[in-house]
Design a protein around this ligand. Sequence first.
Ligand SMILES: NC(=O)c1ccc[n+]([C@@H]2O[C@H](COP(=O)([O-])OP(=O)(O)OC[C@H]3O[C@@H](n4cnc5c(N)ncnc54)[C@H](OP(=O)(O)O)[C@@H]3O)[C@@H](O)[C@H]2O)c1
Length: 245
Amino acid sequence: MEHVDGKIVVITGASSGLGAETARELVKAGAKVALGARRKDRLDALVEELGTENALAYEVDVTDRVALQGFVDATKARFGRIDVMLHNAGLMPFAPLVENRHDEWDQCIDVNLKGVLYGLGAVLPIMKDQGAGQNIFVSSVAGHVCTPVGAVYSATKFGVRAIAESLRQEVKDWGGRVTVLSPGAIATELVQSIKSDEIRNGTAEFYDEAAITPDAFARGVIYAVSQPEDVDISEILMRPTVQTM
Ligand SMILES: NC(=O)c1ccc[n+]([C@@H]2O[C@H](COP(=O)([O-])OP(=O)(O)OC[C@H]3O[C@@H](n4cnc5c(N)ncnc54)[C@H](OP(=O)(O)O)[C@@H]3O)[C@@H](O)[C@H]2O)c1
């Protein structure tokens, strides 16, 4: 596919869900992908599926800034450059604030926000040297609207949009491009990151009724990546047709 073929794409959170499916669609379109996450066995299986010539697997925890730099550097060393980074790793530990689940707050902020910043810190100097590069961020419908139990998750997803908008303005002068994808309910393992049994079961019920498949998200990424250099897709907000909120 034009403008996707031959591109080198770094993906965090590639061991399941949206990241894994996007890797498949990108490789089908001719890109090469660097897959990062903590579950290396999953990444290795995906590399086997996609072909070792098209993909590399790298065990990384995005809360570890040095490790994330290592992932980005290993990608550059293997493929020679980085055209796109999909900042996708995330979790969604819904819970009421009154429960004071501060460990979950910390983890959500560390992965969804600081992990994104660490990824950017690692890749931006490379992209700036190249005079081109596209950063694609994963916000959410919850990055546009707030709901009970979603305060911390929404705070991170609103935050991702703030980082992306500032970045968009900062990288104009050297040709950087910035896209935010904000999906609604998509069937992945994300609901399993909710620790409260009651809220997880309720959310799972909603997902069983409403969620669409991850290829919908992957098509959004392909749409953004497939644009010519002079087109910068800023935002894509997508929902299942049946999703009201
Ligand atoms: N599915 C939806 O309905 C939906 C809607 C809106 C936004 N999103 C966003 O989409 C993104 C992907 O989620 P998903 O739906 O695909 O869920 P998922 O299947 O649970 O995937 C989450 C991914 O993030 C990775 N991850 C989590 N913590 C990590 C860490 N500390 N270091 C490195 N990787 C980590 C996981 O890999 P390991 O566990 O192997 O590390 C996994 O690959 C998230 O940012 C989520 O907020 C999803």
